[in-house]
Design a protein around this ligand. Structure first.
Ligand code: PEP
Ligand code: MN
Length: 292
């Protein structure tokens, strides 16, 4: 990666001080890109890592079928939320701790690593033995108690960017986790809120590429939540790979019409398969590999 010479680097105060604000995650802290592993799956080694699965764990059968689909098409990490941060209190909130265990079994059965969201500090300790990585959701990106609690473990974290936050604030959130002692952090751009409403959020691909230049930590892109549209997801995933992003997160569901959350944006299994094939082609064209 080139040295970060962006004039925007000192965006907060325009002073030199702001550059050391995120001194642990800043590229100057480490000579090389950090490689972070979820289970035995690496992020940041130059190749492309694919996280995929449903928005939510709904049942043992649904997550098992999802894991089979993800593995069949060359995904590496199974995703799925057992605790769902929903905009409405009337929406499905997730099936809870039982869902984490179901997911663990499904991932193991298909030789996948897994990542699932933790929403409260009090769940970190109880979930840690069953997860390969904690997802910290967009809505919790600045839940500093939660960041610190995950920072006190050695379990990797997937830190999603808050949809109302700058790249600087995102990196400072990661800084909290490293400052608490855990340097196993992967950043995930998942779209920000802008005036544009033709997509669910606005995919800030340039912001993700900027983050990658500022930090030694791996950066992935989630085009599912960013666009909210399964027709746009595959192309935005390919764009991320062409932009040297370390991996992608894709929502796929065995039957999106019956999904209990985010069904509208989930790729059907056949579309997921095609998306992975074309992603592989773009990776190869960029002299990177999707195979692991
Ligand atoms: C999710 O990954 O299902 C999710 C809730 O993501 P975000 O926190 O980015 O909205
Ligand atoms: Mn979702």
């Amino acid at each position: 990666m080139p040295d970060d010479t962006s004039p925007f680097d000192d965006e907060s105060t325009g002073s030199r001080e702001s550059k050391v604000e995120y001194r642990l995650v800043h590229r100057s802290a480490r000579p090389n890109d950090s490689v972070v592993t979820f289970g035995d799956v690496p992020f940041g080694d130059g190749d492309v890592t694919a996280i995929a699965g449903p928005c939510a764990v709904e049942s043992a059968e649904q997550i098992e079928t999802s894991a089979a689909i993800v593995a069949q098409h060359g995904g590496h990490v199974l995703r799925g939320g057992a605790f769902k941060p929903r905009t409405s209190p009337h929406s499905f909130q997730g099936i809870g701790l039982e869902g984490v265990e179901m997911m663990r079994r499904a991932a193991d059965a298909h030789d996948l690593a897994m990542v699932t969201e933790v929403m409260r500090p009090g769940h970190v300790e109880v979930m840690a033995p069953n997860v390969d990585a904690f997802q910290l959701g967009a809505r919790n990106m600045q839940n500093f108690d939660l960041l610190r609690e995950v920072g006190r473990t050695s379990t990797p974290a997937l830190l999603k960017r808050g949809f109302g936050t700058t790249v600087r604030e995102w990196l400072l959130a990661a800084e909290y986790i490293l400052d608490a002692g855990n340097d196993r952090v992967v950043l995930c751009e998942r779209g920000i809120r802008t005036f544009e409403d033709s997509t669910r959020f606005t995919l800030d691909l340039a912001g993700a590429a900027r983050a990658k230049r500022k930090t030694h930590l791996p950066v992935v892109v989630d085009p599912s939540h960013a666009t909210g549209d399964p027709e746009l997801v595959p192309a935005m995933a390919r764009a991320a790979v062409a932009a040297d992003i370390d991996g992608v997160m894709l929502e796929t569901h065995p039957d999106p019409t019956s999904a209990r959350s985010d069904g509208d944006q989930a790729l059907r299994p056949e579309s997921f398969g095609r998306a992975m094939e074309r992603l592989r082609d773009v990776a190869n064209a960029c002299d990177r590999r999707l195979e692991r």
